[in-house]
Design a protein around this ligand. Structure first.
Ligand code: CTP
Ligand code: CA
Length: 239
């Protein structure tokens, strides 16, 4: 509720948020990417700052217009990354001092095995479509959980294409178990839902797989509902 928020229930709490989508280069002019706009993660960073947190936002390929929501916020330190390897090499140090880690970024699962250092040209192999060989990227969230600090609350996100709510929760619970996170925010995505939009519909599962938040609304409202669940996990002293 608003009263609780104006009290600043995250004062002094360090929060790391990753947002956006990593991109994997194919050659100097092309990449493999995904449709994450970063809006939900940026909304979480802004909401956490408004509740008193010291926030580090690791932003992967987020449009400047989306980042404007936090650009003048003294409480949000912005670090930009491009590839999954860059995210991986910055996130661990950033997580070291953080009480809360929220992995909202859509991480590319695979990268191109051999990045061409020149543009791939049709002229060089007329009529023959190239085959891209992919290799799997490390699972950053799993490694954050492995290196978890005492008392650290780690939150994952999962965007799933599903037929119904049951399948969403079932897939969410399996992913939760695989990742070992404290909270997993799940949402249904498709050709026309979830991405680029101003609103979102999210379920938050706790480590037992129980739904602790079910909310739909602006990405800011979803962010505050998620942070309510994070605050509950933190067991902060009442002030
Ligand atoms: N994630 C990560 N590193 C990866 C892949 C995913 O840290 N290489 C994180 C995401 O940031 C997210 C969570 O794991 O918080 C779930 O991502 P998701 O893509 O749903 O999970 P995957 O294990 O990649 O499974 P899927 O095959 O469904 O994509
Ligand atoms: Ca994935």
């Amino acid at each position: 509720d608003t009263a609780k928020r104006s009290r600043g229930d995250l004062v002094g709490v360090r929060v790391l948020v990753t947002a956006g989508g990593t991109r994997e280069p194919i050659d100097p002019v092309r990449f493999l990417g995904n449709r994450s706009s970063g809006r939900q993660g940026v909304a979480i960073a802004a909401a956490a700052a408004d509740r008193g947190a010291e926030v580090v936002l690791l932003a992967a390929n987020i449009d400047g217009a989306v980042l404007e929501a936090v650009s003048s916020d003294q409480a949000v330190r912005l670090v930009t990354v491009g590839t999954t390897a860059e995210l991986d090499s910055t996130v661990h140090a950033a997580a070291r001092g953080a009480r809360v880690v929220i992995m909202a970024a859509a991480v590319a699962d695979y990268r191109v095995a051999e990045v061409a250092d020149q543009k791939i040209r049709k002229e060089d192999s007329p009529g023959a479509a190239p085959t891209l060989t992919l290799v799997e990227n490390p699972d950053i969230l799993v490694s954050l959980v492995r290196d978890r600090q005492d008392d650290q609350v780690i939150v994952g996100f999962a965007a799933e294409t599903v037929d119904d709510e049951d399948e969403l929760l079932e897939r969410g619970r399996r992913k939760l178990a695989r990742k070992g996170v404290d909270l997993l925010a799940v949402n249904a995505v498709g050709w026309s839902e979830g991405f680029e939009s101003e609103t979102n519909e999210v379920r938050v599962l706790d480590a037992e797989g129980d739904v602790v938040v079910a909310t739909a609304g602006t990405k800011r409202a979803v962010a505050d509902a998620l942070l309510d669940a994070v605050v509950a996990e933190l067991n902060l002293p009442e002030s």
